[in-house]
Design a protein around this ligand. Sequence first.
Ligand code: AHR
Length: 523
Amino acid sequence: SLSQSEIRIDPHRRMGAIDRKIYSGFLEHLGRCIYGGIVDYDNPDNDLITKEGYRKDVAKALKALDIPVIRWPGGNFVSSYHWQDGIGPKESRPRRPELAWLNEELNLFGTDEFLHWCGWMKIEPYLCLNMGTGTLDEALAWIEYCNSNLNTYWANLRRINGRDEPYNVKYWSLGNEVWGPWQVGQMNEEDYCKKAIQWAKAIKLLDPSVILVSCGCTGFSKWDYEITQKLFRYVDFHSIHLYTSDSKDQMKNITGPAAAEAGIQITAKLLDLAKITNYSSSISNSVAATEDLKFKQHRVKICFDEWNVWDPVRAGGEVGCEEKYTLGDALAVSSWLNTFIRQAEYIGMANIAQCVNVIAPIMTKQDKLFLQTTYHPLRLFSQKMRGESLNLHVKTPLYKGDTRGGNMNIEWLKDIDSNICMLDCSAAIYDKNIIVAVVNRSLTEDTTTKISLSVDPKNVNPNVNRCVIYNEDINAINTFDEPENVTVSESIIFLNFIPLNGESNATILFKKHSFTLLEIQLL
Ligand code: AHR
């Protein structure tokens, strides 16, 4: 069946610059993400592998995603990771029990390997500090090893290990999900703040140029409230994590990205509040005027450093992470990305968790890979959706499918569940291109949609580039044998723009359960 919608686009209604770091990634020592995904040390003679052991096919697929920053080495893994185990001659590196996923860590891929790989890939590294079993001394040593130019012990050890120049790792986070009961070294808000402030002060003394990320939760929890208020002065980013899936205890794919959007908006307000309260307390404490001036300009942005579709029950592999993503999941990823574009003003970084094999858009076996359904919206957004985010006006029917269960039993989120729209849209303007992304969530209805652009038709190129992700079956997946069940079809379409009161109006059809990206050129 067919329904009707409208998308109004005004190129002047700009909401904020899109930070390209929203297309960042994450690699964890978990399952086959690093060993078998990023590197293969077992098949050195294979043409697919570089002399350093890097998989060239994975590198190529990641390159096409144009990833600006990659977070490493965890995740939960980091809470019992000692970075010093992973440097120096490989034959003397210890093999250790690993407490997050109850695995054995080989330590063959360590700091120098990761940072060398990042250099080769032209991706900026983002390291997560161990606030579980790790000490402040160890964290400072890691930063000195990576970034210091001094004639001191750890900087010299880096030189001995073959790297003269500092790596200058900018992004560091103060622990991962330290609030979680699954975490080695779980903490409450008070303990975390105390510890994180000590660490942040010492780290900034050692290297004032580092950008610090505080450990957040969903963005709408008491944890986020406490941490943003207390750590505001000491950090540059506050992190949030959220996964969606249609398994029972999680945010549903249909409603989860909207809950994440609420999390972003709430966190943005918490950060505003923190600025007000921290500023007034600094006045009453009569902190030096220069400090206050510096603080006035201090802005903490959101770093959504784990997000994706993940259903640990459905996913296979040893650790419950080898997802086989459906078209429905690709639509959820598209909605996640729409969310980041709409909230561009507040988001300084977002990292899809993760990049290869583990909850990932790329799946490998020994000498082959395929691109999962979710790879395609990621590539389209990363390559095309840049510039400034536009504030759209969208008229759309409500989504008619099942929206229950996406609320993790949080009462106020139920309002979100009952207001999910059939069309989920975002747009950007980049030079003279307007890029519009549209998910038609409906399982049954195509929709003819009026596109109203507040620009005279003589200034609009009617030949529009259109990319569509669609399959008749919303449960379609890609596999090694059938890698292109769900892929992108790209074509130039003619949009018959009709002038009306100085605007350009055209009609376009969005198929049921599809993703469409339009590139409209202004002349
Ligand atoms: O990405 C998988 C895991 O999910 C990460 O290790 C952890 O931070 C989160 O709970």
